[in-house]
Design a protein. Structure first.
Length: 175
């Protein structure tokens, strides 16, 4: 499950991630309530971090917003795959260790969480991570190509929620 499918299906409860058949490469319940996957060729694999975060959100009834390098990676603005995946949340801050990766939930202000679960929030967080001085024409072009017309319209509608320095970049993206 990717971030973009969250908005379509909502956050699944943790019980939805507990599988039945590990021999078929399906999730199985781990001792710490996080799903693990098995592969006939590779053995036990770490679970998809999106699914783990969605399970944590569903179980606690909170919203999540990917931030930092993870948000940039989801939008193909960075090839960096972070070992520490950070989500903003309206719940309490906490960390979950999954294999050698860490999922961190950071409590954020209601203003920062306004666009949680929306493409606008993801775009704004990715641009915030890249930084005002480091956004290039390549970043703009990537977003122009990857976002659908409908997504561009949603980002443009939420422009008033973005920091002022992002406005010109977002207008270029949504042309």
């Amino acid at each position: 499950m990717t971030y973009t499918s969250w908005s379509k299906s909502g956050y699944p409860p943790a019980s939805a991630l507990a599988g039945v058949d590990s021999s078929a490469g399906l999730p199985i319940r781990a001792s710490n309530s996080m799903p693990r996957y098995t592969s006939p060729l590779l053995g036990e694999l770490s679970p998809d971090l999106d699914k783990v975060a969605a399970a944590m959100a569903g179980r606690e009834g909170i919203r999540l917003q990917p931030t930092g390098a993870y948000a940039a990676n989801l939008l193909h603005l960075s090839e960096q795959v972070p070992m520490k995946v950070v989500f903003l949340t309206d719940g309490s801050s906490k960390k979950a260790h999954i294999g050698n990766q860490v999922i961190e939930l950071r409590k954020a202000s209601p203003k920062r969480m306004q666009l949680a679960g929306k493409i606008s929030g993801l775009v704004f967080e990715a641009l915030r991570e890249i930084g005002q001085q480091h956004i290039t024409a390549q970043h703009i072009q990537t977003l122009q190509q990857d976002l659908t017309l409908q997504q561009k319209g949603k980002v443009l509608n939420d422009l008033r929620e973005a920091p002022a320095w992002m406005h010109t970049h977002i207008r270029k993206i949504t042309i």
